[in-house]
Ligand binder design. Structure first.
Ligand code: ZN
Length: 85
């Protein structure tokens, strides 16, 4: 899937990469598309911003709970996007 290196991410693809973005493990090849999407898609930009703040809070929780809370957050976001919100 390297035909179009600058092919824009869909909102769903962005959500799939958002956790890597927040963990600082986003690949260089996707970084440009990710940033470009955030600049053109206010809902996604706002989501990533809020998710980033939430991840910071979650990190302060004990390990197990933190992991669960983050998985739940990602799941919630996927439902939000698929619901057309
Ligand atoms: Zn978007």
């Amino acid at each position: 899937m390297t035909d179009h290196p600058h092919h824009p991410l869909s909102c769903r693809q962005l959500t799939e990469h958002s956790s890597a973005f927040l963990e600082g493990t986003l690949g260089d090849e996707i970084w440009g598309s990710f940033k470009d999407h955030l600049e053109r898609c206010p809902p996604c930009a706002e989501y990533v911003r809020q998710m980033g703040m939430t991840v910071e809070l979650v990190r302060r929780l004990p390990g197990d709970r933190g992991t669960c809370a983050r998985a739940e957050l990602v799941d919630r976001f996927r439902k939000w996007r698929s619901g057309g919100g």
